[in-house]
Design a protein around this ligand. Structure first.
Ligand SMILES: *Cc1c(COP(=O)(O)O)cnc(C)c1O
Length: 398
């Protein structure tokens, strides 16, 4: 075990900010009321909920009634996709869905569920080699029966930022509602829903130094939405269940802090990210950057290394105290290359040889220097143990 921990997996989750914890604490113990209760403790909890909603509305540039608190990013996304698509289908607007090929599984699997069980047809929009969705590709995919379009704001694996405003304008001109999974954007990109041309937008607190298990869905006034959790009248009947008051207070506090810190945070991340990317590309032969170089999340560095199994490198990195993630997921005991990297046109080997480093608040220049010192010999070590076959070399240099 290394004494040092360099956490470079902020795209997976972030630590709770101590200030956010501070804001949440009273709502676990002293202020324990149910916001639906008529008595004083209930009214105090309702007030906290109203204040949180107001804080978030200011940042998104929307009204309070357009906000729905949920149990996280996946729930927000499921509510948006199923809730909007089923409402549109019920209104006779059609049963065709469009999502990008590089969406998070919350979007892809919700859409596939509608395809399997509710008679929808699904178009997966291709992306270019840098991971960008082209507006004309979306334009060409729209049909008279398109019920909903969903394209993520920024990708969690490769960091590519999509031209949301342009995509949203195309949907609006066609009269089709537009959802965006903006989970990776909070705290680093602007979230103004008017400028972005979105009808629905999903967020989750634990990706911006807030608590896990609490999320947010923005649903534009009048946008179709059927509730996916039925019960009480909470969240204007769009999401039943006693509200997670401490979590919601934490989400609002975290988003407010993230918004205040955004300019300085972004500038700092970009410098560190570029040092990491340039340093690794320069010191490791047969390496490349996945995703667009310029239209990229400030904290994302995703690199591919020919002739290595990313998982083996992850284990070595972990022994050195460095936390990263790879371009593959272990599904039922075998390595499945990431659907995102495959959509860029990478071969399975190249996808499996990719590593994601996602930077955040705690990362220093010394941490980046440490990674630049230890990773190149690790790659060399892994390559020496499993020498490359000629066809893999050809793939990597193609
Ligand atoms: C983390 C993540 C999600 C899921 O959010 P949870 O709060 O973990 O459910 C969805 N989309 C993207 C892009 C993510 O990074």
């Amino acid at each position: 075990m290394s004494e040092r921990t360099v956490y470079l997996d902020h795209a997976a989750t972030t630590p709770l900010d101590p200030q956010v914890l501070e804001a949440m604490l009273p709502y676990f113990t002293q202020q324990y009321g149910n916001p639906s209760s008529i008595h004083q403790p209930g009214r105090a909890a309702l007030q906290a909920l109203d204040d949180a909603r107001e804080q978030v509305a200011l940042i998104l540039g929307c009204t309070r009634r357009e906000l729905i608190f949920t149990g996280g990013g996946s729930e927000s996304i499921n509510l948006a996709i199923k809730g909007a698509a089923l409402a549109r289908q019920a209104a006779g607007a059609g049963s065709h869905l469009i999502v990008s090929a590089i969406e998070h599984h919350a979007v892809l699997h919700a859409a596939e569920y509608l395809e399997r069980y509710h008679g929808f047809t699904l178009t997966r929009l291709p992306v270019d080699a840098a991971g960008l969705v082209h507006p004309d590709t979306l334009q060409a995919a729209l049909r008279p029966d398109t019920a909903l379009v969903s394209v993520m704001y920024a990708n969690n694996e490769i960091g590519t930022i999509q031209p949301l405003a342009e995509l949203g304008a195309i949907c609006r001109a066609a009269g089709v509602p537009f959802h965006s999974d903006a989970v990776q954007a909070a705290g680093v990109l602007p979230l103004d829903v008017e400028a972005l041309n979105v009808d629905y937008l999903s967020l989750t607190a634990h990706k911006f130094y807030g608590p896990k298990g609490v999320g947010l869905l923005y649903a534009r006034r009048g946008a179709p939405l059927l509730p996916q959790i039925n019960g009480g009248a909470q969240e204007r009947r769009r999401r039943a269940g006693t509200e997670n008051v401490p979590g919601i207070v934490g989400l609002a506090a975290a988003l407010t802090l993230a918004e205040e810190r955004r300019p300085a945070h972004v500038a700092r991340l970009v410098t560190l990210r570029d040092r990491l990317i340039d340093g690794l590309l320069a010191s490791i032969p047969q390496s490349w950057l996945n995703g667009d170089r310029a239209r990229r999340l400030p904290g994302n560095a995703n690199l591919g290394f020919a002739c290595v199994e990313g998982e083996s490198v992850l284990l070595l990195l972990d022994q050195a105290g460095i936390c990263a993630s790879s371009g593959s997921a272990c599904t039922s005991g075998s390595l499945e290359p990431s659907h995102v990297l495959l959509a860029l046109g990478l071969a399975a080997d190249a996808a499996n040889g990719s590593l994601r480093f996602s930077l955040g608040h705690g990362i220093s220049e010394a941490d980046i220097a440490y990674v630049l010192e230890v990773l190149p010999p690790m790659i060399a070590q892994v390559r020496a143990m499993a020498p490359c076959s000629p066809e893999r070399e050809a793939l990597a240099t193609a």
